[in-house]
Design a binder for this molecule. Structure first.
Ligand code: HEC
Length: 173
């Protein structure tokens, strides 16, 4: 009798093990809006770098992002809000179609992840300010899907001193 119970327990543990999903959802390849954002971020022409420099910057202590290096670029529409020094003009609100890509680089200074802000109010994944939040690894796997509408991102990005959610000016004045 005891042996039967142990046998049954063993089998049920095995069944549970076999039915576990093979890949974690957060590691799946980008699709839908995430794929669109990934493709936009991988494009490198037509962008302006923050403070006109493509140098890698050290991630600040205020950053919610765990990589050591970063640099940020703006597509042509977003760059209209940059001043002569390449910083965002105070009080700016970004126009529809603005794309801001923050590149994360790992300790060997290799591109590892994109953090993306794309203004498209009509997008089903946009937050109430029209921003779509992308968090995608350089290999195309999703770190946090845009369907979450910047959950966990916007609560930090709306801190005092932000400009339409942007924090580069505050942390790299
Ligand atoms: C704990 C605070 C915090 C969280 C959470 C956070 N960020 Fe950031 N983010 C920052 C800071 C600070 C900067 C300025 C650069 C730096 O120091 O890393 C920044 C910069 C950025 C930028 C460059 C544009 C700019 O000027 O702000 C983008 C794009 C971005 N984050 C996207 C995201 C996304 C997407 C998420 C969620 C997956 C997220 N962030 C979560 C703090 C945060």
């Amino acid at each position: 009798m005891k042996k039967k119970i142990i046998e049954a327990m063993f089998i049920s543990v095995w069944i549970v093990y076999l039915s576990l999903p093979t890949g974690c959802k957060s590691e799946s390849q980008a699709e839908g809006t995430d794929k669109e954002l990934y493709d936009k971020a991988r494009e490198t022409t037509g962008f302006t770098w923050y403070k006109k420099s493509d140098a890698l910057l050290n991630t600040t202590s205020g950053s919610g992002h765990s990589f050591p290096y970063l640099r940020t670029r703006y597509n042509q529409i977003a760059a209209a809000k940059l001043d002569d020094t390449g910083k965002i003009v105070a009080g700016s609100t970004f126009a529809e179609g603005s794309l801001i890509v923050k590149e994360f680089h790992d300790s060997s200074r290799k591109l590892a992840r994109y953090a993306i802000l794309f203004k498209e109010s009509g997008n089903p994944d946009a937050d109430s300010n029209g921003w779509v939040w992308g968090y995608i690894n350089s290999d195309g796997t999703v770190a946090q899907s845009s369907v979450k509408k910047g959950d966990g991102c916007n609560s930090c990005h709306n801190q005092a001193g932000n400009i339409d959610y942007m924090l580069m000016n505050k942390y790299f004045p």
